[in-house]
Each structure stands twice: as structure tokens, then as C-alpha cells.
Design a protein around this ligand. Structure first.
Ligand SMILES: [Ca+2]
Ligand SMILES: [Ca+2]
Ligand SMILES: [Ca+2]
Length: 179
């Protein structure tokens, strides 16, 4: 499981990788991109389980990217604050819909802050968490997915597909949600 963004502002893509060792711990590793196209390991920590999805977005409104992870068993979003460049530390969990498995981020309320969408893999529900002014991941607001196709693809993205200046959520089919 990977998430990528430029964490240290050098114009090169950096990675956060979650990987499990068989019968061993799960590692969360920050890899900084190098000018030669490679990556150097910057920080490693162990976490309790491999997430099914990760996203990087600024949750505390301080201008740097923070990390969120989900796994279906948890019914919550795990939050990791970027405390210094490329260093993430666990800073709590926010309840979300049951069996969260897929994440996407985008600015859903057009306030300039990226927000978070959480989706179940197999159920016709998704939850929106808005990032508040000054920071903080807001409570889950659940929406039905209609029309629903069982076992939607895991990919989910937020972009303005209808060209009306409002963010749309893109699944296998395109739907719009009002938040
Ligand atoms: Ca970088
Ligand atoms: Ca931040
Ligand atoms: Ca927003």
C-alpha cells in the first residue's frame, strides 16, 4: 500500500509505504525521492496492521500533508500528523462508516482544503469527512451510492467531471454528491 506526494517541497515525489512482513510487524516507511530517480528511507515505524488504503492531505491546516489510513476491521480512520518534514506520528482516530476500505481526497466544499471520502468496498454507502478551518477531520456524513453496482472497483477519485466547478466523485460510474 502506497501514498505519494512531495513531502519536503523539493519537487520530487516522495512515498509513504505500508508493508507487512509475513508473521511479523507492519512497517510504515517514508521514502524521499532523490534526484537520480531513486528513494532513500527517511523514517520507519511499526503499525498494528496493514491498511487497505492511505491518503495524504493536510488535516491540521498547517500547510504540510498528514496521513490517514483505513482498514475494514477498524470502522475508523487512523490519523498520522506530519510532525516534522517526512516524520509522521499517530494522533488518534476518527470514527467513520462501517468496513471502510477505499479512500479519496478532494475539496468537496470548495473552501480550498482537501476533504476525505471513505467508501465500503461492497456496500452502497460512502462517508464524507470535511476538513474544518484551522484543521480537524469532521464527523462522518454518510451518503448512499445510487445507482449502486455491487463490488465497485477499488479505485475512487474526486475531480470535477461535469465542469461546473464542483468536485464530483468518480467510481465506475460518475455521481455527484451535495455536501
Ligand atoms: Ca520530495
Ligand atoms: Ca498538516
Ligand atoms: Ca474542503
Amino acid at each position: 500500500m502506497l501514498a505519494s506526494a512531495d513531502l519536503n517541497g523539493d519537487g520530487l515525489l516522495d512515498l509513504v509505504a505500508a508493508s507487512a512482513v509475513f508473521d511479523g510487524p507492519t512497517y510504515l516507511t517514508v521514502l524521499l525521492g532523490t534526484a537520480g530517480g531513486g528513494y532513500t528511507s527517511h523514517d520507519v515505524q511499526t503499525v498494528d496492521a496493514t491498511p487497505s488504503a492511505m491518503q495524504l492531505l493536510d488535516l491540521d491546516d498547517d500547510g504540510d500533508l498528514d496521513l490517514v489510513t483505513v482498514r475494514p476491521e477498524a470502522d475508523s480512520i487512523r490519523v498520522y500528523q506530519q510532525v516534522e518534514m517526512g516524520i509522521f506520528r499517530a494522533s488518534g482516530a476518527v470514527p467513520t462508516l462501517r468496513f471502510p476500505e477505499v479512500l479519496a481526497s478532494g475539496d468537496l466544499d470548495s473552501d480550498g482544503r482537501m476533504d476525505l471520502v471513505v467508501r465500503r468496498y461492497w456496500g452502497p454507502r460512502l462517508a464524507v469527512h470535511l476538513v474544518a478551518p484551522g484543521g480537524g477531520l469532521g464527523p462522518a456524513r454518510e451518503f448512499p451510492i445510487e445507482p449502486f453496482e455491487p463490488f465497485n472497483p477499488r479505485e475512487m477519485a474526486i475531480t470535477d467531471v461535469t465542469g461546473d466547478g464542483r468536485a464530483d466523485l468518480v467510481l465506475e460510474l460518475s455521481i455527484s454528491i451535495d455536501v
